[in-house]
Design a protein around this ligand. Structure first.
Ligand code: SAM
Ligand code: SF4
Length: 457
């Protein structure tokens, strides 16, 4: 039973007490509704969060796969995190960057070092990065982060920079918007205020509400694409999932735009962190359930998977609704060019390189994508969701995925990857239903083969 003490107004609507033993009929009813791809209410999600029999669970997984295929096709968007500083003035008990961690070697990348890091990522073929920073008034203030963003766009071929940094004021978010930020990501960590207070004993992050409304301020400042998330393992995952969905609903209600992405990082051991053993571990099976339920509850919202998970589980999760994933990641500032490993935020569990990951994705028949077109063509926020819900976006995305993956193969693919990928590309082209679009894709593909780059529709 969940401890409701200290739960704020914001999440009062969550009726966790309704998570109970349900019968097969109830689960089937909810799954039928989910297959209409219009999302689920919190009450319906609660039904799926109850203890399911094996058969019910496999029906849930099948439904998630069906929705994933219908809305996203076979596409999976690739990215890499770039840690620019591990300096932090907060004391989050679970994080290796906590101010209290005296063993950690502190490091902030200069612009030159940042460009070198990007060169290493580019050498692998990355086009999209997630810039990550600890919270520090000197090392990661909005001017510094804007400078990183501008320099990367000016000096490298990176096409989209998403940012995961501490929440800001509206005027500060406007500066990030001007610098060309893609998605602004902010995880609430736990939605349970009491646990939140325990985990964040001091520093700016101790303010639960300031963080909670960070994404709202970002949207108000004009950053349409925001990502929310919860750090699973701090509290009951069922509560966190319902609260995440509640947060998504309230964002949409307050600003007219729901979250562009949802992340579900799972708590990992971090060297030097004071909080090591969670009272609320989430098993692999429960984690799979979370991904599947999210896919059904918010069918048009991207779900991001990091390298915190093991390769086998990551491969399984790709079939349940993940739409974006990182590969070849380091969580240390300087982890790519300088091969720094000692100043990491937490341990990663999937060490496959980008090309190894791409082989694995292709061998399951899925299509990796390096597309960054929507943001650059102003298909963000509300406009993006409108196109997504009518199904139009899927057609653009499929063509753009084919073109950008082909580009990657020509510029970075080894012989084995090219062989595995050829079949996937051929199948994807034949799946484009609209004849004109298929012809356009073929025409653009041949231009890519002739050396033209960065084509998108
Ligand atoms: N400092 C900013 C903040 O806290 O929002 C942004 C960067 S922080 C490095 C990014 C995310 O890392 C946090 O929001 C948290 O969810 C995640 N994180 C921290 N410690 C972790 C751990 N031990 N295992 C997994 N994820 C962790
Ligand atoms: Fe700092 Fe973010 Fe780590 Fe907390 S999670 S210690 S705020 S880097």
């Amino acid at each position: 039973m969940i401890d409701f003490e200290g739960i704020s107004e914001f999440i009062k609507g969550i009726e966790l007490t309704n998570i109970k033993q349900v019968d097969m009929g109830e689960v089937d009813e909810v799954l039928d509704i989910a297959l209409e791809a219009k999302g689920l209410s919190l009450q319906q999600v609660a039904v799926l969060l109850s203890d399911l029999a094996e058969e019910q669970e496999s029906r849930l997984y099948n439904a998630a796969l069906e929705i994933k295929k219908r809305i996203y096709g076979n596409r999976l968007v690739m990215f890499a995190p770039l840690y620019v500083t591990n300096e932090c003035t907060n004391g989050c008990l679970y994080c290796g960057f906590s101010k209290d961690n005296n063993q950690l070697e502190r490091k902030t990348l200069s612009i030159e070092e940042t460009i070198n890091e990007i060169r290493s990522l580019e050498a692998e073929g990355h086009k999209r990065i997630l810039l990550v920073a600890g919270e520090h008034p000197k090392y990661s203030n909005v001017q510094k982060v804007s400078e990183y963003i501008k320099s990367i766009y000016e000096q490298t071929g990176i096409r989209r920079i998403n940012v995961n940094m501490a929440p800001l004021e509206i005027e500060e978010f406007q500066i990030l918007k001007k610098a060309g930020i893609g998605t602004y990501q902010l995880f609430q960590e736990t939605y349970h205020p009491k646990v939140y207070s325990e985990m964040h004993p001091y520093g700016k992050k101790a303010d639960y509400n300031y963080r909670l409304y960070g994404p709202t301020r970002a949207i108000t400042a004009g950053i349409d694409d925001v990502g929310i998330g919860a750090l699973l393992g701090l509290f009951d995952y069922r509560f966190e999932l319902l609260a995440l969905l509640q947060h998504a609903n309230s964002l949409e209600k307050d600003t007219g735009v729901g979250p562009h992405t949802i992340s579900i990082p799972r708590l990992k051991p971090a060297e030097g962190a004071s909080f090591k053993y969670t009272r609320y571990p989430i098993t692999d099976q429960q984690f799979k359930k979370v991904v599947s339920i999210l896919r059904l509850a918010v069918p048009y919202t991207g779900i991001i998977l990091s390298t915190r998970e093991k390769p086998e589980l990551r491969d399984e999760l790709l079939n349940l609704g993940i739409s974006q994933l990182s590969a070849g990641s380091s969580t240390s500032p300087g982890g790519y060019a300088q091969k720094v490993t000692h100043s990491a935020q937490f341990e990663v569990d999937d060490h496959r390189t980008l090309n190894e990951m791409l082989k694995s994705i292709c061998s399951t028949g899925m299509l990796p994508s390096f597309c960054t077109a929507c943001y650059r063509r102003n298909r963000t926020g509300h406009d993006f969701m409108d196109l997504a819900k009518t199904g139009e976006i899927k057609e653009f995305c499929q063509v753009n995925a084919i073109l950008t993956f082909k580009e990657h193969l020509l510029d970075y693919g080894d012989k084995q990857l090219k062989e595995i990928a050829a079949k996937v590309l051929q199948e994807e082209i034949s799946r484009i239903r609209d004849k004109k679009l298929r012809a356009l894709a073929k025409q653009k593909l041949s231009l890519t083969e002739q050396g033209l780059r960065d084509q998108h529709i």
